[in-house]
Design a protein around this ligand. Structure first.
Ligand SMILES: [Fe+2]
Ligand SMILES: [Fe+2]
Length: 271
């Protein structure tokens, strides 16, 4: 892992370019854009599934808030603290909006159901997000960066959505999440760019080790979550493992500034 690359800036254009490269290679039959309009959930059964899906979404955001709130006092880096205060505010607002919409659609305040799902994230991630800064980076990679390709697939193939949530997502969640990803990239690069080639190789190995541990910890959750997503909003999940694995390799190659072909074999979401 000695070949380092000059990197393009990480932004949503680059994300789309990488996603298209992956789908052209692995799933050429996947449409590039959504082919039909989504509908709101209608039957009580659909509403129930949609509710569980939204609870999972809010739990993802609230877990981020809880982890970042602990880390902001643990890692004394002002630059990181300013970024985390933004991330906590944004992801907290995403969870709050999802909570409100779920309540309006299902007729029940989901906060207890959300917290139950947050506990599951704590259970399977264990001490990893708070173990050291490398563990926290792996957490940010998994909760902000590695999920992006699956969100693209949802955006193209979903059949059910709540129009008000979709509007909030377009205006708030999407631009804010794009900023979170840039924030994670910048924080990491401010460390990685400073160090000698030998130290870079050490850091790269540490990051891969932590990211692999996080992947193993997350695998059962991801499988269940994709199943729920498919049942609740009708997404096509058949090629998701291939797309997810390829996307994660691209993210790590970018972070470590090495060609994707020079990365070692990584744990698959299917393992
Ligand atoms: Fe969020
Ligand atoms: Fe976020």
């Amino acid at each position: 892992m000695t070949t380092t690359l000059t990197l393009p800036i990480w932004n949503t254009d680059l994300e789309l370019e990488i996603f298209n490269k992956i789908t052209n290679q692995h799933t050429p039959h996947l449409p590039k854009k959504r082919l039909y309009e989504t509908k709101p959930p209608q039957t009580p059964e659909d509403i129930e599934k949609f509710y569980r899906f939204r609870v999972a979404g809010a739990a993802h955001d609230l877990f981020i808030v809880q982890v970042c709130a602990k880390v902001i006092g643990e890692i004394p880096e002002p630059e990181l603290q300013l970024f985390l205060s933004q991330q906590i505010g944004d992801d907290g607002a995403h969870a709050a909006n999802t909570r409100r919409r779920a309540q309006e659609i299902y007729g029940k305040d989901p906060i207890e159901d959300i917290q139950k799902q947050v506990e599951k994230h704590w259970d399977y991630m264990g001490d990893l997000p708070l173990r050291n800064w490398q563990g926290f980076l792996a957490f940010e990679l998994h909760y902000e960066m590695h999920i992006v390709a699956s969100l693209f697939v949802n955006g193209i193939t979903s059949k059910i959505s709540d129009p008000q949530s979709a509007e909030f997502s377009k205006n708030r969640i999407k631009p804010e999440e794009a900023r979170h990803r840039v924030g994670v990239v910048n924080w990491w690069q401010s460390k990685y760019d400073q160090v000698s080639p030998t130290k870079k190789a050490d850091l790269a190995a540490q990051v891969i080790e932590m990211d692999e541990e996080a992947q193993r910890r997350r695998n059962p959750y991801l499988k269940k979550h994709w199943q729920l997503t498919q049942e609740a909003i009708g997404t096509d999940i058949s090629d998701l493992p291939k797309i997810y694995d390829a996307w994660r390799r691209e993210v790590l190659a970018y972070f470590l500034a090495i060609p994707v072909t020079k990365l070692p074999p990584l744990v698959s979401v299917n393992e």
